[in-house]
Design a protein around this ligand. Structure first.
Ligand code: ZN
Ligand code: ZN
Length: 411
């Protein structure tokens, strides 16, 4: 059963504001912008913050927006939302679907924008219920792992007050309205590599004159599958996916080169290092085994650190969320094998941070899929059919963010 929490008086105006939050969500959803190109979304965020009385700085890390609302003595709390969409062709059939060909808010960052804008408006409207400084950060380019770092490199830590805590949340394909979090590692580290393996091209009928990069790459891909199976302990976990393998143009031409693109997810720095070392070792050894004319080249495509929730801050948020929503709506989740650059803010600023997930899947649909063992068929983030239900997802996100912030700002 839910009890009265400090954020509740701030949340009193939420019902009357929901139509507006929904309209904002649909607008952002139908106008998705790719990473580092979030000009329109950023302008909307900045306008909303200004209208609510925030002191707004735009263009932090290209398209990032920082809003400060000072409200007397007290701690500074930073709330973060990411704004970018993905190069995905939307297939939801929604009447507010993307109007941009090949671009879609398939990760739900549109929901994050709506949550934070709603939270900022409510906090501004109910300033008598809290004191301190609210710092709203709309971040670009989460999907390419560039945005948090771009804001940090653009002086985020020098130009704005250091917060006491940093809070963030992500919509996920769990039952709508359900909140999940945990102390410790909450999202995985991710490393994406592009690997070029070199051979020597020849006519398809004269393999003896070639060093065939197709065979070299094929052997490499198969051998890479042994890293997780044979080098990672059963109590540890890792994912190694080769998502792209490209070589050649024609059936009777042995090409010069093969390209492998792969993605690694890990939940522990030691495992991460071991897996990355194993990839290098195997790729180099397979090239050598084939007699490659030159060693493979490795390029890092992106790199996300682990997001680690501070134990003390997580307990404080968890207690407030359970008091507000009731314990049955706030669960301890396992770490998710998705990755986030949210962790960069807390890690590099040396501020405790807490990240949690909010379900966005129709609870009946979820229950039915679970019963029938078809949970894996529900559209996840990044799927062209990913479409969070509006209610109660929208209000849950605003309530959770207000409640989390007020765990520091009220009292
Ligand atoms: Zn994503
Ligand atoms: Zn995301």
């Amino acid at each position: 059963m839910a009890t009265q929490t400090p954020g509740d008086s701030v949340l009193e105006g939420l019902d009357g504001m929901l139509d507006d939050v929904e309209a904002l969500y649909k607008d952002v959803h139908s106008h998705p912008e790719l990473s580092m190109q979030e000009a329109r979304t950023a302008e909307i965020a900045a306008d909303r913050l200004s209208a609510a009385g925030f002191d707004v700085t735009s263009g932090v890390g290209k398209t990032g927006v920082v809003g400060l609302l000072e409200n007397g003595d007290g701690p500074t709390v930073m709330l973060r939302a990411d704004m970018d969409a993905l190069p995905v062709q939307e297939q939801t059939g929604l009447d507010y679907a993307s109007t941009v060909d090949g671009v879609m808010h398939a990760c739900g960052h549109d929901m994050h924008v709506a949550w934070l804008a709603g939270t900022a408006a409510l906090m501004a409207r109910n300033k008598e219920s809290w004191h301190g400084t609210l710092m709203a950060v709309f971040q670009p380019a989460e999907e390419t792992a560039e945005g948090a770092q771009a804001m940090i490199d653009d002086g985020l830590f020098d130009r704005f007050p250091k917060p006491e805590v940093i809070l963030g949340q992500h919509v996920m394909p769990s039952p709508a309205g359900l909140i999940g979090s945990r102390a410790g590692v909450i999202t995985s580290a991710a490393d994406s590599l592009e690997i070029h393996m070199f051979g020597r091209g020849a006519h398809g009928s004269m393999p003896q004159a070639s060093v065939d990069p197709v065979v070299m790459a094929a052997a490499t891909v198969m051998r890479l599958q042994t890293v997780v199976a044979r080098e990672v302990a059963p109590t540890e976990s890792a994912v190694l996916t080769v998502g792209a393998l490209q070589a050649g143009t024609k059936e009777n031409v042995i090409p010069d080169e093969a390209v492998i693109k792969l993605n690694v997810r890990t939940f522990d720095e030691g495992v991460r290092k071991r897996v990355l070392d194993a990839i290098k070792r195997i790729v180099n050894a397979e090239a050598e085994a084939s007699g490659a004319p030159k060693p493979p080249e490795f390029k890092t495509l992106d790199r996300y650190n682990l997001v680690t929730n501070d134990a003390g801050a997580t307990a404080r948020v968890g207690e407030a969320l359970r008091a507000h929503f009731g314990a049955d709506r706030v669960v301890t989740s396992g770490p998710v094998s998705a990755s986030e650059d949210f962790g960069s803010f807390g890690t590099e600023w040396e501020v405790p941070s807490v990240f949690w997930t909010i379900g966005g899947t129709d609870p009946d649909l979820y229950a039915k899929a679970q019963q029938e063992g078809r949970l894996t068929e529900l559209p996840t983030n990044h799927n062209p059919r990913f479409a969070p239900v509006l209610h109660p997802t929208l209000q849950t996100g605003v309530e959770a963010l207000v409640t989390g912030a007020c765990a520091w700002l009220s009292g």
